[in-house]
Write a new protein. Structure first.
Length: 538
């Protein structure tokens, strides 16, 4: 199949000067093509976030079940990322990038056909497989086409595609859900995917590594076992079906499988000639520190990010479209600030923008820890404005610093690792914070319930007013109206408990983000002379 892949780029380059690799414009055309694929991959994640309340109602499940729509996607994303380097080197960067687009597009179409939550999760795995190959290979293509001194600006513009997805994803998704159905949030990826496939087939030139290496199948399977078992344990510790809690046989077995997978993976990576993840990359100080920061960032930011759309729709009564519009300024500010952050990184240092960005992001999560059922729109929008600027100050500078002294030969491996670390952090964050949310909701329900005195004059008066309202609005007997009134009080208490639990999660996430600032101070300033020397090694 791959050997007969048509060379559309070679044919079109003879007719269109801008497709000639020697033309200075070519690298920017490549960047534009890769941005289409990035836009689609990020669009899907943001669209699904705003659709979670609708999916909860459609399938009749709670937060601890619906979070697997996100967790499964992030998990397979992280598992597939390390293999992207081998596949790209062995089969060709262009072939794998286009194949990833096809896989993602097909997964999106299948997700729209889902008839149950488990089926949707399975098709999300197909989507995540494509995205797990798409992101690192796309980044490697960009870094290969651009010289080290221009990578910061290039990656800054690349981030624009992500920022556009952050803005348009929730807005478009909310509009589609309000006016059509939840299935259309996956169908919207199909035309974008087809456009990306056609553009990449024409624009991208092929590149293969000069030497072929064997695939580390043991490392791949042991890594998948480690991540899957650990996430199953973290996300199901407090699930309603798991009556044994953290000491149940299922949870203990998951931890045991996870430990065995981790031990086998580490032993394999140090013993095989061609490891799945080249541990030697972590000998580079900036690469190691940057990945540590990205892991903590993913844990705090992505782990708590899915809560805001649920809060807006279930607690404040926003429609999906109204909730989507809230996120519109985030991507706009991210897109405007990203090239500026890349320019500052190329000219000066990455430390200052990253420190400012992480501090701002921690502050925004802290502000969200004061949400209530009476929160004004300004209390929600101001932190989101800051979030757009903060994320731009983090992504491009930190990614540029991480790969600053990585040779082109190892760029796909390094790019894959950067995304693996961040996505694994996000997967752990969703699992951990989902568990914390369940715990804290139960705690606050019990706490509020104990504070309600059913025999107090205030409670009886409130119950009487609600009973009268229920009779006028719905009708029915006196006992039926009394039951409805009590149900309103219980629902109000549960909503308060959920909001308080959301606040607790955001407060913990802000502390996690603040911790990630500490390693940034130890980053070493990138020396361009050395970077050019390293980049020239093939």
């Amino acid at each position: 199949m791959f050997s007969r892949w048509p060379d559309l780029h070679g044919r079109m380059a003879e007719r269109i000067p801008q497709l000639n690799p020697e033309n200075p414009v070519y690298r920017w055309v490549v960047l534009s093509s890769v941005m289409v694929g990035t836009f689609m991959a990020v669009l899907d994640a943001t669209v699904v976030n705003v659709a979670l309340p609708k999916l909860m109602a459609t399938f009749g499940v709670s937060v601890d079940s619906i979070e697997w729509i996100l967790t499964a996607y992030l998990l397979i994303f992280a598992v597939m990322l390390p293999s992207s380097g081998w596949l790209a080197d062995h089969l060709g960067y262009k072939k794998i990038f286009i194949s990833a687009l096809i896989l993602f597009t097909v997964g999106s179409f299948l997700s729209s056909l889902s008839w149950s939550l488990n089926v949707l999760i399975a098709f999300r795995v197909v989507q995540g497989s494509g995205a797990g190959l798409l992101m690192p290979v796309g980044m490697a293509i960009i870094t290969r086409e651009f010289p080290p001194e221009k990578r910061g600006v290039a990656l800054g513009f690349w981030a624009i595609s992500a920022s556009a997805s952050v803005s348009l994803g929730p807005t478009v998704g909310g509009y589609l859900i309000d006016n059509f159905s939840w299935q259309t949030i996956f169908d919207v990826n199909v035309p974008i995917g087809i456009m990306g496939i056609m553009a990449s087939s024409i624009i991208l030139r092929e590149y293969k590594a000069s030497e072929s290496r064997s695939f580390d199948i043991v490392g791949f399977l042991s890594l998948a076992t480690f991540l899957t078992a650990l996430l199953l344990a973290l996300s199901n510790g407090n699930s309603a079906w798991n009556t044994g809690g953290w000491t149940s046989n299922f949870i203990l077995a998951c931890f045991a499988f996870s430990l065995v997978g981790l031990v086998v993976f580490i032993m394999t990576e140090f013993s095989v000639d061609n490891p799945l993840i080249e541990i030697g990359l972590f000998r580079n100080f900036n690469f190691s520190v940057s990945n540590l920061v990205l892991f903590i960032f993913g844990l705090g930011m992505f782990g708590s990010n899915f809560l805001l759309p649920i809060y807006l729709q279930n607690s404040l009564g926003y429609t999906p479209f109204q909730a989507g519009l809230v996120f519109l300024p985030v991507g706009i500010l991210l897109g405007i600030t990203s090239p500026i952050a890349g320019f500052i990184t190329d000219r000066f240092s990455a430390k200052l923008p990253v420190i400012i960005g992480l501090s701002l992001l921690a502050f925004t999560l802290y502000k969200f820890s004061f949400l209530s059922y009476l929160s004004e729109k300004s209390q929600i929008m101001f932190p989101l404005y800051l979030r757009g600027v903060a994320m731009a100050l983090i992504f491009s500078p930190l990614t540029t610093t991480a790969i600053s002294e990585i040779s082109n030969q190892k760029m796909a491996q390094a790019s894959g690792l950067i995304n693996v670390i961040r996505q694994v952090g996000g997967s752990f964050g969703v699992a951990i914070f989902g568990t914390i949310l369940t715990q804290r909701t139960l705690f606050h329900v019990q706490n509020y319930g104990e504070q309600i005195n059913q025999y107090s004059a205030t409670y009886q008066q409130t119950l009487m007013h609600l009973q009268r309202f229920a009779t006028q609005a719905v009708g029915g007997t006196l006992s039926e109206s009394a039951a409805r009134a009590q149900g309103m009080i219980v629902g109000f208490v549960q909503n308060l408990a959920f909001i308080q639990a959301v606040d607790d999660v955001f407060f913990i996430a802000s502390f996690v983000l603040l911790i990630s600032v500490v390693p940034v101070f130890f980053l070493r300033r990138h020396k361009k002379k050395n970077a050019k020397r390293f980049a020239s090694v093939e």
